[in-house]
Structure formats: C-alpha cells, structure tokens
Design a protein around this ligand. Structure first.
Ligand code: SAM
Length: 342
C-alpha cells in the first residue's frame, strides 16, 4: 500500500520518529520500513510534517503486531476517522454495533464510535448521531473550547498542518473536503482579503490566514463561530481572523466592495447568496462557488446564476471547473473558481 512517509537516514530514524510522535503524526497501524539504507516512517498528515523533513510516497505494510478491526471482524469495515472519533455509515444497527465493538477492542487510538443517524439537515447543516461506543454523557455535553478535546462528540482534527477543535453534534464538518480546502488555500497570497461566507469551524479560514491573508468568516451557527475563534487562536492566526455570527445576507453590506476572494461553501443553496457575494467582491475578486448538480451539466447552472448577478458590472471569467467528489448517484459536488473584474 502506497502511503505518505517521512524518509530519513537510518541514523536519524529514532530522533525523527520521536519528533513525529510528539506531533501525533506517526501512523501507528503501519509498519516503519527500512530499505536501501533509508528509514520510512508512515505519517497520518503529510501536510503537518515539519518543513525540514522529506515526505515521499512509499510501499508500506500494515503492522501485524496490532489488532485492526478487520482482524477481529473477519471483514474490512468502512469507516472514517476524525481525530479520536470513528464515524460509521451503517443502516443495520446490529452490524453497526459489531463494528463499533471491534474498533474499540482493536489497537486503534479511538475514544468514540458514532453512526450517522440522519443526513446533514437544516440551515446549520448538522446531523444526528448514534453513539455506539465511548462516553455518551460527554457526547451530549461537549466541553467548551477546552485545551484538549474530551471524549464524546468533540475532537481535535488535523489537516495540512492546521488543527481544528470541533463537535460533530453541534457543527458541520467533513474531513473528506481536506484536499479541496487545500486546493483553495494554496491560491491565497499574503495580504489578500478573503471572505468566507459559510465558515463553519474555520477549515478554509484558518489555512487562508496562515498564508498571510486577512480573513472574515461568517456563520449562522453560534457554536461554529465559537470554535472558529478557538481554532484561529490554536493556529496562531487570531490577529488576522474576524469571526462573525449571523446571516451572511445581512452582514454582506458591511463588507461592500471589500474582498479579493470569496468562498461560498453552501452547495445546496449558494445560488441564493450570489447577490451578497457580488456585494462583498472588490474590483478584482475570485469566487469559489460550490454546487451540487446533475452530472449532465454540473457547472452550467452555477455559471448562469453568477453571470446574472455580476454582469454587466463585472467581466466574468470561469477560471476552473472542478469536480470535488461524487455526491450521490449521477450527482456531483463541484466548484467553480470565477474571476470577477470590474
Ligand atoms: N465551510 C465550512 C466547512 O467546509 O466545514 C462549513 C460549510 S457547511 C456546508 C455550511 C455552513 O454555512 C454551516 O456551518 C451553516 O451553519 C452555515 N450557514 C448556513 N446558512 C447561512 C447563512 N445564511 N449565513 C451564514 N452562514 C450560514
């Protein structure tokens, strides 16, 4: 299995492994491997590895000294990891409980196993969860911005060198969008003004601020904004982040003509907020417009709605038409990167 590894000379192996372990970056379930005088240490988050270390893809085996859930179950279960939480998407409650028990019994460093109990719903895009293993009491009473996440539904998630405290029972968050967020953050230049209209706990805001931008993040969800402030602080960018709780439609006039970049990650209803995005846009501004559409024409409806709102005041150029992921059969989650030039 090809995975991201830090490659070092054997002599520096132990020191490097210790440095990575201090940052919680060693992929414990995988085997550290020696080949041609090099040591390969598999890592959980390549983006978080200190800059002076070399990250490469390398063929690595699973450690056979550890019990993985599949060893205990006799089949490979499907699950996602978010910090010390494991997330299942199982319809059959008995099967879900068997998998949860095996995960807790395995050597994975897990505090809680949750099963999706609803789709994301409502304006706040939060879903219901069944707590299958872990501390249910803490799950319903998450700690408020504590230094380290307690068990339950609050956890610390790391991606591309940033860390995010969040409670999956109170806010929207998807680790599946990490690559997409990185794609956007990499386009940001120092001193830019970035406006995230639907900021959540800050997974776009924080990396953009880390690149030197001044960032405004708005969210309706009061708890998400509390986590956004906490996450700006944790990542050392609180001076460049303004977090606002409210309806972005109402906040937009306060930032008229302000932004070099606007992020619109509310895929089912971003079209309702394009006028607000145009209000916020400065003379030369890139919109990152997320949408969910049928595969037959995934980009057309978004482009039409942006042109209708921005032309003729702005020249509209679609710079990128990007498929983020498959969302449902025949439906795609896409992003349009659109430059508006006044
Ligand atoms: N950008 C974040 C991320 O990638 O994790 C969150 C995206 S989530 C799909 C959409 C967010 O928009 C939710 O946190 C929700 O509370 C927020 N939201 C929905 N309607 C809003 C509105 N009118 N104004 C501001 N935020 C809103």
């Amino acid at each position: 299995m090809e995975v991201a590894c830090v490659r070092v000379e054997r002599e520096q192996g132990e020191e490097t492994r210790r440095r990575l372990a201090e940052r919680d970056l060693v992929a414990d379930e995988l085997q550290i491997t020696v080949e041609d005088g090099w040591l390969y240490v598999p890592v959980t988050d390549a983006g978080a590895v200190p800059d002076d270390l070399t990250v490469v893809e390398h063929d690595i085996a699973k450690r056979n000294t550890q019990d993985m859930p599949a060893d205990l179950l006799g089949f490979e279960p499907t699950y996602e990891r978010l910090g010390d939480i494991v997330i299942l998407d199982e319809d059959d409650p008995d099967r879900a409980q068997r998998i949860a028990d095996a995960i807790m019994e395995s050597d994975l460093p897990v505090e809680t196993v949750l099963n999706r109990a609803s789709k994301v719903k409502g304006e706040l895009r939060v879903r219901d969860w069944d707590v299958l293993a872990g501390n249910e009491t803490e799950a319903s009473g998450a700690s408020r911005g504590s230094e380290d996440a307690s068990s339950g539904t609050e956890t610390v998630h790391r991606e591309y060198g940033c860390e995010f405290l969040l409670d999956v029972a109170e806010v929207y968050f998807s680790p599946r969008l990490a690559t997409e967020r990185h794609r956007v953050a990499e386009q940001v230049e120092s001193e830019e003004r970035v406006f995230d209209m639907f900021a959540g706990v800050g997974p776009f805001v924080v990396p953009c601020a880390k690149r030197g931008a001044d960032v405004v993040g708005v969210d309706l969800n009061e708890r998400a904004v509390e986590y956004l402030r906490e996450n700006a602080r944790r990542n050392g960018v609180e001076d460049r982040v303004t977090a606002i709780q409210g309806d972005v439609g109402e906040v937009a006039p306060e930032y008229e003509d302000w932004a070099d970049r606007v992020i619109m990650n509310l895929p089912h209803s971003a079209d309702e907020f394009v006028d607000a995005a145009v209000t916020i846009a400065g003379d030369d501004c890139v919109l990152h417009y997320y949408d969910i559409q049928h595969e037959d024409d995934p980009f057309g409806p978004g482009e039409a709605v942006i042109r209708a709102a921005a032309e003729p005041e702005y020249e509209v150029e679609v710079e990128t038409r990007h498929v983020v992921r498959s969302y449902a059969p025949h439906e795609l989650n896409v992003c349009l990167d659109v430059r508006l030039t006044r």
